[in-house]
Design a protein around this ligand. Structure first.
Ligand code: FEO
Ligand code: CA
Ligand code: CA
Length: 692
C-alpha cells in the first residue's frame, strides 16, 4: 500500500505542554490574597509578593516557628567550584572548563535479544524491542551489588531510564521525504496504520534496564547481561493497591481487573529505599480516543474525543493490543471491551531491575494523574515511608503519600506503597500549608445517591469507594480544595534538611485573577521553584511552611535570594530537579519546542542544567545542550565522580518542510540523518566530584 501522510494530531503533546483539563471551580487563592494585599500590590509586584518566607519575615507575614532551619549565614565554602558557562544555541553539549563528556546508549543502541544494530529505516518493531527506547527521561544508576540505591560500585551498575515518547517521523522508512511535524505519523491510503510501525513506536516507549561499566580507558560501555531488559507499552503488568479488582479497571484483557498491558509516557522516576525503580506515567491520556460519551475518569484527564496521539487504534491488522487504544464503549459490559483501558494508566509503576523476570506493578494507592515523578524523604526505621508526586498539567496539584505501615530496612518492599494516605497540597497565602487527605468517607469524599458527578460542579461530585477516589484522584483533589499549581514537575528532597523543592515549570494559562501566593505570576512564561518544610520537621505532618526559592526568568524578571538572576544564572521553565548527597541542587530546563530559540526565549539559548548551593545561595550554569532538545534525568555514581544525564528530543524544532527536505535542525549527537536522544556521561578531568 502506498503510504500517504497525515498529521492526525490535533493537540500537540510532544513538548509536554499539557492541555487544560481542570475545569473545577475550587478557588485559586486570588481571593485569599486580596484579603491581605491590595489588588495593586498583587499586580504591580509579582516579585514583591512572591518570595514569601517560611524562613523569615515576608510581605505576607510568615509566622514560621520552624526550629530546624540551617544557619542563615553560610558556615562552609560554596559547594560549587566550577566556572559558569554562557548560554548557547550551538548544536552540541557544553560543560565547564575542566569537565568532559561522552555519549552513551543513544536511542536504538542494542542492549538485549539478538542485539540488532540501529538503522531506523530498516529496523523492525521487534528490533526496537531489543534496543534502547527513545526520548530518554528520568534515570537512576543502581550500583551492581543490588543492595542499596545510593551505595556500592561507582564503576559498574544497572542504568535504568524512562523513554517518555517517540518522534514517529524519525522511526519509519515511510516517513522519509514527507512533510511531517514532530508529532505526526504516516497513515496508509485506507486510513489504517502499518502494524509494525505501531510496534516500533510502542517498543520505543517504556523503560530500559542496561548494565554499564567504566572501562580502563575511562569510557563507559554497555555490557551484555541477563538483567538487560526493555519494558514497553506492551509489557504485562499487575495492578496492586485499592484499585486492584475494581470494576473501574475490568477490561477484555483482564475481566477481573487485576492486570493491564504496558506503561505510557514515562516521564520522571522514583527510587525506593528498598532498591527498586518507579516509573511515572505522565501524558498517557492522549494515547486514547473515546468517540462516544466520556465518563469522568476519561474527561477529567483529557482523553481525546477526536483521535489518539499516535493512532495506534488504527492498526491494519486489528490486533487486540493495538485497537485497545480506542476506548469507546462498544460491548454490553466493560469486561468485553476497552472502555476502562485508560483507567489502568496514570499510575506509578514499580520495577525491580535486579529481577528480570519480575512483573512490573502499578501501585494504585499513589493516585492516578499525570505523574511527573516521585521523590522520597530519607527513610527512618520504624516510621512511615513518605513521598511526593506532582501532577504536571495546567492548574493541577502536588501530592504526598504516607504509608500505613512503618519502614523497617529488613522487611521493606513494594507492599509499603499499597496502603497509606494520599494527601494533596493547599498552599495558604501566609506561607503555611495543609495536606488534605484523599480518603473515601471523609469530608466531601462520600457517595451522592443517584449522582455519579459532574466534573464542572465539584459540589455535586460523589465517590463510591477508595478505588473510585483513586481512579478519579484529580476530582477528589478538586472537591477538597487543593491549590492549582503552575504545572508541577520534578521534586527533590534536601538530604541534609528534609526540605522539599518542586519545580513549577510555567503556566501561560493563569490569568491575573487566578494568581495566588504560591503561583504569583499571571501568564507565567518562566516558571519558578517552590519549597516547603514539613511541620515540626516531621515528614508525616499535615501542615507545612513554604516559600518560593527562585523565580526563573531573564534578569529583569527573576529573583533568587532577593536579587535578579545574573548572566551566569538565568534560565526558564525548570523541570528536572535533583539533590546530590552533598545537598547540591541540580536544575534542568525544558523550554517548549514551540518557543525555544524564538522571541523573548531566544536569550536563553538551548535547554540547560544548573547547579545550586542553597545555603550559600550560589547558582551557576553547568551545561548547555544541543538544538531542539530538553535536558532531563540526572544521577551520579555513589562516589559522585561520574554523572549521567539525558538529552531528550534533539532536533525536534525541525519544521515539517525542513524534515521533508532532509534539512534537519539539529542532528546531535552523531551529525547523522537524525538526532537521537541519548545519555551524557560527565566526568571531571581531575577525577573529582561533579560540581566542585
Ligand atoms: Fe514529562 Fe512534565 O515532563
Ligand atoms: Ca519533565
Ligand atoms: Ca516539561
Amino acid at each position: 500500500m502506498d503510504p500517504k501522510t497525515h498529521d492526525l494530531i490535533i493537540v500537540d503533546n510532544g513538548n509536554g505542554d499539557e492541555p487544560l483539563s481542570n475545569h473545577s471551580n475550587n478557588p485559586t487563592f486570588a481571593a485569599i490574597l486580596e484579603k491581605r494585599l491590595s489588588r495593586r500590590d498583587v499586580l504591580r509586584g509579582s516579585l514583591s509578593v512572591a518570595v514569601v518566607g517560611m524562613f523569615g519575615a515576608s510581605l505576607v507575614g510568615c509566622n514560621s516557628s520552624s526550629s530546624s532551619d540551617p544557619a542563615p549565614t553560610p558556615s562552609q565554602p560554596s559547594l560549587l567550584g566550577f566556572s559558569a558557562i554562557p548560554v548557547s544555541d550551538a548544536d552540541d553539549v557544553r560543560v565547564p572548563s575542566g569537565y568532559s563528556y561522552q555519549v552513551l546508549i543513544p536511542w536504538g543502541e542494542p542492549i538485549t535479544g539478538n542485539f540488532p544494530p540501529f538503522d531506523p529505516l530498516t529496523n523492525t518493531g521487534a528490533d526496537q524491542g531489543s534496543q534502547v527506547g527513545s526520548h530518554h527521561d528520568g534515570m537512576h544508576f543502581f550500583p551492581i551489588e543490588g543492595q542499596d540505591p545510593y551505595e556500592g560500585s561507582s564503576v559498574e551498575g544497572l542504568l535504568v531510564l524512562n523513554h517518555e515518547y517517540v518522534e514517529p517521523r524519525y522511526m519509519h522508512a515511510s516517513a522519509v521525504g514527507k512533510s511531517l511535524s514532530r508529532n505526526a505519523f504516516p497513515v496508509q491510503a485506507d486510513g489504517t496504520r502499518a502494524a509494525d510501525e505501531i510496534l516500533t513506536e510502542m517498543n520505543g516507549h517504556g523503560v530500559s534496564i542496561v548494565r554499564v561499566t567504566k572501562q580502563s580507558n575511562g569510557q563507559w560501555a554497555v555490557v551484555a547481561d541477563a538483567r538487560n531488559r526493555r519494558i514497553t507499552a506492551l509489557t504485562p503488568m499487575e495492578l496492586s493497591g485499592p484499585v486492584r479488582g475494581s470494576d473501574l479497571v475490568k477490561t477484555k484483557y483482564s475481566p477481573n481487573g487485576t492486570r493491564t498491558r504496558g506503561t505510557l509516557n514515562n516521564c520522571a522516576h522514583g527510587v525506593t529505599p528498598w532498591n527498586t525503580y518507579l516509573t511515572c506515567e505522565e501524558n498517557w491520556a492522549g494515547y486514547f480516543v473515546n468517540r462516544g460519551e466520556r465518563p469522568r475518569e476519561h474527561a477529567r484527564y483529557g482523553v481525546s474525543t477526536r483521535g489518539a496521539r499516535y493512532g495506534w487504534d488504527l492498526a491494519d491488522n486489528g490486533a487486540d493490543e493495538y485497537v485497545r487504544f480506542d476506548v469507546t464503549a462498544k460491548a454490553a459490559s466493560a469486561a468485553e471491551d476497552y472502555r476502562n483501558e485508560p483507567n489502568a494508566q496514570g499510575w506509578i509503576v514499580e520495577i525491580d531491575p535486579f529481577a528480570p523476570d519480575s512483573t512490573p506493578v502499578k501501585r494504585t494507592a499513589l493516585g492516578r494523574f499525570a505523574h511527573e515523578g516521585m521523590v522520597f524523604q530519607p527513610p527512618v526505621e520504624g516510621q512511615p515511608v513518605v513521598g511526593y508526586s506532582g501532577d504536571d498539567a495546567i492548574n493541577e496539584y502536588i501530592y504526598k503519600f504516607v504509608s500505613a505501615q512503618p519502614y523497617f530496612k529488613a522487611t521493606a518492599g513494594g507492599h509499603l506503597l499499597d496502603s497509606g494516605t494520599l494527601y494533596v497540597a493547599k498552599f495558604n497565602a501566609d506561607g503555611t500549608g495543609e495536606w488534605l487527605p484523599l480518603v473515601f468517607g471523609t469530608g466531601p469524599l462520600s457517595p451522592i445517591p443517584d449522582n455519579q458527578g459532574d466534573p464542572e460542579s465539584p459540589g455535586q461530585i460523589g465517590f463510591a469507594s477508595q478505588a473510585d477516589v483513586l481512579v478519579n484522584t484529580r476530582l477528589a483533589a478538586d472537591v477538597v480544595g487543593a491549590t492549582k499549581m503552575d504545572r508541577p514537575e520534578w521534586g527533590a528532597v534536601d538530604p541534609k534538611t528534609g526540605r522539599v523543592y518542586f519545580t513549577l515549570t510555567n503556566n501561560t494559562a493563569r490569568t491575573a485573577d487566578q494568581v495566588d501566593a504560591a503561583n504569583p505570576r499571571p501568564n507565567s512564561r518562566w516558571g519558578h521553584i517552590i519549597r516547603w518544610e514539613e511541620g515540626g520537621g516531621n515528614p508525616t505532618a499535615t501542615t507545612f511552611n513554604w516559600d518560593i526559592f527562585i523565580l526563573a526568568g531573564p534578569p529583569e524578571d527573576s529573583q533568587f535570594d532577593g536579587q535578579p538572576l545574573t548572566a551566569d544564572q538565568f534560565f526558564n521553565s525548570p523541570d528536572g530537579l535533583w539533590f546530590d548527597k552533598d545537598s547540591r541542587l541540580w536544575i534542568q530546563t525544558d523550554i517548549s519546542e514551540s518557543v525555544m530559540n524564538t522571541g523573548d526565549f531566544a536569550q536563553f539559548g538551548n535547554n540547560q542544567m544548573l547547579a545550586c548551593d542553597p545555603v550559600n545561595k550560589d547558582l551557576r550554569r553547568f551545561l548547555t545542550g544541543p538544538l531542539g532538545q530538553e535536558i532531563t534525568g540526572v544521577i551520579t555514581t555513589p562516589d559522585q565522580k561520574t554523572m549521567f544525564m539525558n538529552v531528550q528530543h534533539p532536533g525536534a524544532t525541525t519544521s515539517p518542510d525542513e524534515f521533508a527536505a532532509g534539512n534537519l535542525k539539529g542532528t546531535w549527537p552523531h551529525n547523522a540523518r537524525y538526532g537521537r536522544s541519548a545519555t551524557v556521561v560527565i566526568t571531571k578531568d581531575d577525577g573529582g566530584v561533579i560540581g566542585t
